[in-house]
Write a protein that binds this ligand. Structure first.
Ligand SMILES: Cc1ncc(COP(=O)(O)O)c(C=O)c1O
Length: 382
C-alpha cells in the first residue's frame, strides 16, 4: 500500500539540496550568524514579494512594506502586540478555531483574548459578530487567515474606524493569498508571518516575520525584538530576544525564490480536488474576493472521526485543524468561556478534515485520496 503523507519536507529538500548547501556555507563563511545581511536581504525580499503577489488586479498595493524578521510566528504576534502597546488590562479579539499560539501570544503580553464566532462556510472570523465583541478595553483584533483563506480586512477596518483598535493579521497559514488582488499582511496595521517548516514558506527550524508599511512601527518592532534597544546596548522600552538567525534567513531566501511555483502547485492540487471529489462533499470555501493559498484543503464530514480512521487504514494521512476550539481547552479556562458560547466554531471543529496538500504531491497520490474519500461517501449513502 502506498502511503500519502500530510507533510514531508524531504522530497522538496532533495530538489533544492545544492542551493541550500550553498546558502548555508555562505552564512557559515560570512562570520556573522545573527541579524546580518541575510536577514536584511530576506526582510526586503519577502516584503517586495508580498507587494508583487498583490499586484495583479489589485485595487491598491502596499507601498514600501518593511519586514522585521523574528524567531517564530508566535513571536511575530508578541512583538506586534508589544510594539502597539497592547498589554495588561487590554482585550484582543480573535477566533477560537486557530492554532494555540495565536492566543498564547495575547496571553504573553498580559492581555485577555476575546473570541468572535466564525462563518460556517469559510471558517473565518464572522465580521457580522465583531461589534458585539468590542468593549472599551479592546485594543487590537487578530483576524486569522486560516488555511490560506482570507478575512476581509478592509471591511474589518471600516467596522472599527475611529475606535483606536489596531489590526494584526495572523498570516501564519496564508503566504501568497490575496483579497481583491491585495496581499495578506498588507491590509492591517501589522502582518504576522510564521515560517515553521510546514508552512507555505517554511524554514528548516523556527522563524517568523512582522510586516508593516509604517516605517516608525517597523523601527519599533526592530527594537522590541532585540531587548528594547535603540542601538546595540541601550534599552529604551520593554523588549525580548526574538531574532531571526542568518542560517534560517539564507534558507528562506532560497525557498522564497520558488514560492510562486509552490503556491501555484497548491492551487492546482486544490483545483483537482474540487474536480475529482464527489460533489456532495462540503468543501470550506474561499471568502468573497479571495485568492486562496491552500495551506490546507479542508472538507467537512458529518462522520469525520470514522472517516479519518478509514482513510488512515488505506494509508492516507489527514489532519484536523483544530480538534479543540481554544475556548474549550483547560489551559484557557481563565478566559471564562463555556461550551456552547461559540456554536459555529464548535460544530465546525467536529466536522473539519484537512486533506494532504503539498507542492510535490503527484497525480496518483491525488487520485488515491479522492477515490478513498468518494468511496467513503458512497458507503454512507448506501
Ligand atoms: C494560525 C497560526 N498562528 C500562529 C502560529 C504560530 O507560528 P509558530 O509556530 O511559527 O510560532 C501558527 C503556527 O503554528 C499558526 O498556524
Amino acid at each position: 500500500m502506498n502511503k500519502v503523507q500530510s507533510f514531508d519536507y524531504l522530497e522538496q529538500y532533495a530538489e533544492i539540496e545544492s542551493e541550500i548547501d550553498v546558502a548555508i556555507k555562505r552564512v557559515l563563511k560570512s562570520g556573522r550568524l545573527v541579524l546580518g545581511q541575510e536577514v536584511s536581504a530576506f526582510e526586503a525580499e519577502f516584503a517586495a514579494w508580498l507587494s508583487r503577489t498583490g499586484e495583479e488586479g489589485a485595487t491598491s498595493v502596499a507601498q514600501d512594506a518593511f519586514g522585521v524578521g523574528v524567531n517564530s510566528g508566535t513571536d511575530a504576534l508578541v512583538v506586534a502586540l508589544m510594539a502597539l502597546g497592547v498589554g495588561e488590562g487590554h482585550e484582543v479579539i480573535t477566533v477560537a478555531n486557530t492554532a494555540v499560539p495565536t492566543v498564547s501570544a495575547i496571553a504573553a503580553v498580559g492581555a485577555k483574548a476575546k473570541f468572535c464566532d466564525i462563518d460556517a462556510d469559510t471558517c473565518l472570523m464572522d465580521l457580522e459578530k465583531i461589534e458585539a465583541c468590542i468593549t472599551d478595553k479592546t485594543r487590537a483584533i487578530i483576524p486569522v487567515h486560516l488555511f490560506g483563506n482570507v478575512v476581509d480586512v478592509p471591511k474589518l477596518r471600516s467596522l472599527v474606524a475611529g475606535k483606536n483598535i489596531k489590526i494584526i493579521e495572523d498570516c501564519a497559514q496564508s503566504h501568497g493569498a490575496t483579497l481583491n488582488g491585495v496581499s495578506v499582511g498588507t491590509m492591517g496595521d501589522i502582518g504576522a508571518f510564521s515560517f515553521y517548516p510546514t508552512k507555505n514558506l517554511g524554514a528548516y527550524g523556527d522563524a517568523g516575520l512582522c510586516l508593516s508599511s509604517d516605517a516608525n512601527l517597523a523601527e519599533l518592532m526592530r527594537s522590541v525584538r532585540m531587548y528594547g534597544f535603540t542601538d546595540r546596548q541601550y534599552c529604551v522600552r520593554p523588549g525580548i530576544n526574538s531574532r531571526l538567525d542568518e542560517l534560517q534567513a539564507a534558507i528562506l531566501r532560497v525557498k522564497l525564490s520558488k514560492l510562486d511555483h509552490y503556491i501555484e502547485r497548491r492551487r492546482a492540487i486544490a483545483g483537482q480536488y474540487l474536480d475529482q471529489l464527489h460533489p456532495s462533499i462540503q468543501v470550506v470555501r474561499p471568502s468573497l474576493g479571495a485568492q486562496h493559498a491552500y495551506h490546507q484543503f479542508v472538507i467537512k464530514l458529518s462522520n469525520r472521526d470514522a472517516g479519518k480512521q478509514e482513510l488512515e487504514h488505506v494509508g492516507i494521512s489527514t489532519a484536523i485543524h483544530y480538534p479543540w476550539p481554544l475556548h474549550t481547552m483547560s489551559g484557557f479556562s481563565n478566559l471564562n468561556y463555556v461550551e456552547g458560547d461559540l456554536p459555529v466554531t464548535e460544530a465546525s471543529a467536529n466536522q473539519i478534515l484537512s486533506l494532504p496538500i503539498y507542492p510535490e504531491m503527484n497525480e496518483s497520490q491525488l487520485e488515491q485520496v479522492c477515490s478513498a474519500i468518494n468511496q467513503l461517501v458512497d458507503e454512507l449513502a448506501g
